[in-house]
Structures are given as C-alpha cells and as structure tokens.
Design a protein around this ligand. Sequence first.
Ligand SMILES: Cc1cc2nc3c(=O)[nH]c(=O)nc-3n(C[C@H](O)[C@H](O)[C@H](O)COP(=O)(O)OP(=O)(O)OC[C@H]3O[C@@H](n4cnc5c(N)ncnc54)[C@H](O)[C@@H]3O)c2cc1C
Length: 394
Amino acid sequence: MNQTIAREATTALPSPYFREEHELLRRQVRRFVDTEVKPFAHAWEDQGFVPRETLRKMGELGFFGIRYPAEYGGSELDTLASVVLAEELGRSTFGGVAVTALVHAEMASVHIANFGSAEQKARYLPDIIAGRTITAIAVTEPDAGSDVKGMRTNARREGSRFVINGAKMFISNGVYADLYCVAAKTAPEARASQSLSMFLVEKGTPGLKVSRALDKTGWRSSDTAELAFEDCRVPVENVLGAQDSGFYAIMRNFQNERIVLGAMAMGEAEEALDITLDYVTTRKAFGGTLYDKQVIRQRLAMLATRVEAGRQLVYHAAWLDAQGIECTREVSMVKAYCCELVNEVMYDCVQFHGGMGYMRESTIERMARDARVHSIGGGATEVMLEEVAKRLRR
Ligand SMILES: Cc1cc2nc3c(=O)[nH]c(=O)nc-3n(C[C@H](O)[C@H](O)[C@H](O)COP(=O)(O)OP(=O)(O)OC[C@H]3O[C@@H](n4cnc5c(N)ncnc54)[C@H](O)[C@@H]3O)c2cc1C
C-alpha cells in the first residue's frame, strides 16, 4: 500500500510533472516578481510599458531563454518550465507585465528559435535571451484576426529584397520592440495555407511605422501597436523559415502560445482566489465574516476545484508537448477552458469584494480588467472549441 506523506513535510506538493529545476525556476521567478515587479508596476501601468531595465534583468536571470540552446545562452529546459514562468508571472497580478515578457520569450522569438537559419539564430538569439533585443509577433491585421488566412499584408520579391506592404493590428510589444516577426502573403495565388511567409523586420527599417499606440481596457503596462508597412524593403535573408510555409509555422507556434496563455490565466485565477480568500475571511458582515456565509465559501471552493482541474490540464498538455506528442486537442481545450474560467473567477472575486472590487485602488479590479482579453487573444474561445470539436472522436 502507498504510504501517505504529511502535507506539512513538503514545501511544494509533489507532482509527476515537475522536477527540482522547475521548482528552482518557480522560486526564482516568484522572488523576482516580489522584489522587482510588484513594488514598481503601478507606475508601469500608468506609463504604458515595462522599462527596458526590468526586461534586461529578466534576461540576465535566464527567463527569456528557458527552452533555447545553451550555445546562445539558453537553459534547454522543457515546456513545463515555460508553464512555470507563465504561472508565476500570472500570479504577479500585473497581466501587462506578464504578457510583455511572455510575448517576447514564448510567442515571438520562438519563431526564430524554431524556424530561423543558423545565421539568424547566431545573430539574434543571444541578445533576445539576454533581454537586449525585444521581439514582437505581427500576424493580426485590421481585417483579419481569427481567420489568419484572410490576411492582406503582402511581400513582393524585387531582386535581392522583399517589399512589404500592409498593416498589422493589436501587436503586443509593438511600440517598443527591436525586432518584429511579420507574416505576409508571398504567394497570393496559391492555396491559402501555402501563401504566407514570415519575415524578420528590424526596428528602424525604412517603411515600417508604428501608426499608433493602442489604448486598452487592461494589460495597461503592455505596449500594443498598430503597424504600417509602406514599401518596407528587407533582404531575402530575412525570410524566416521556408518561403510560403509561414502558415504552418504560425500554427505550430500557436500551440506554445496557447499553453503559455492557459498557464498565465491559471496563475492569475489562483492569485485572485487567494486575495479574495484573505478579504472574505476578514471582512465582517451580519455578525461574522463573509466566509461564514456558506454560499460564499462554497462558490470559492468550487472555483478553486475548477482552477485545480484547469492547472492539471495545462500541465498535462505541456507534458504531452514536451514528449513531442501531437496535442492540438488538449492545447485547444486548455486555451478555451482556462481563458473562460479565469473570467468566471474574476467575476466572483470582484463580487465578493463588494464596492471595493469596483475601485481602481483594488488589485482585483485590475486583475478583472486584465483577464478579459484571455478569451479573445491568441485564439478566441469559439475558434478553440472548433479545434476541439474536429477532434472529439478519439
Ligand atoms: C491586447 C491584445 C494583444 C494582442 N497581441 C497580439 C500580438 O502580439 N500579435 C498578433 O498577431 N495578434 C495579437 N492580438 C490579436 C488577437 O490574437 C486577435 O484579437 C484574435 O485572434 C481575434 O481576432 P479579431 O480581434 O480580429 O476578432 P475576429 O476574428 O473578428 O473575431 C471576433 C469574435 O468573433 C468570434 N469568432 C471568430 N471566429 C469565430 C468562429 N470561427 N466561430 C465562432 N465565433 C468566432 C469570437 O468571439 C471573436 O472574439 C492581440 C489582441 C489583443 C486584444
């Protein structure tokens, strides 16, 4: 028979998914969040971006090279390590800070690590990992979001260069990034899935313009841009991966993006529940605490149960991914389930904070605003459920 281990005897609950290096990373990110993010991030929310100095510190601590090769300064860890980073940044309560770091490390630069040539990797990855070069991924357009194949930005070959024309919308890190991974149509006559290519476009390239910095409901410390490409010329060496295969690269990298967003959402949900538990166990009403009300503690208990289920689904999908097992079904479930759930959690947490939950000075108010975008960005819930529906029969 299995021996029962006393909970007090363990610092973290044992998990089949995590090893010592994951726990070390978790402690390191948590310490960084406590000392380098939380005391300062209100000011970043007001200014609309995370300072470079902070991103460089994250790079120095290895947060931007978790899965990248050691030869460029990476740590060669696995998908579960990316999950740890995302969960802990999610727990910071500043979604804008979390997404700034995660877009750079887990959504944009991934294109270079996965599909870049040896020259591109050698040129860009060391500075990306060190936090000296910050990246953005530019796929969405004003008239094409969920339907990636509908994009209109095009790149025409002219001798040794491609000339890019078009517009990109809602681009995270888009105002201050140094390097953009940009999707554009290179074979408009071909089947949609074989019509796109990815390009590396450096900040300052003539023809690339930040049309405007966008003003958002939440994620206020994350800079978000609309970009314009007007006869933006890049050398053919800047094609990222094989020409016309950009659609497959985008779809593959979406898998990582969705696992990471699910993990970030679950980190946020856990923290919101902790904050709310503190509030309802001290707030007095009707001769006791709010927690004395069965309806409140049961609602929190059910949400905690669902968040635990969501977390375990994230870990399972990340583990499948780390084993190299095809897991589009599970990853789509993660994105749909966790990104809806975090909003349900926020709704009840605001409710149980009463009027204070509606005040800009309360943490839960910011967290609720930040969470709203989870069910839209990186694959809207409806789109994710279509992916699951296609794979319902096992
Ligand atoms: C803050 C923020 C940051 C972002 N960062 C980036 C970034 O860094 N890079 C980037 O490329 N993009 C980024 N995006 C874009 C994001 O991924 C898109 O907003 C998302 O894919 C949805 O596209 P859309 O906004 O054009 O909505 P649409 O595609 O127009 O869809 C609108 C709504 O219709 C519904 N819907 C869509 N398709 C279907 C369907 N097949 N069946 C049923 N319902 C459907 C969904 O509810 C969806 O929310 C960001 C967006 C935001 C808001």
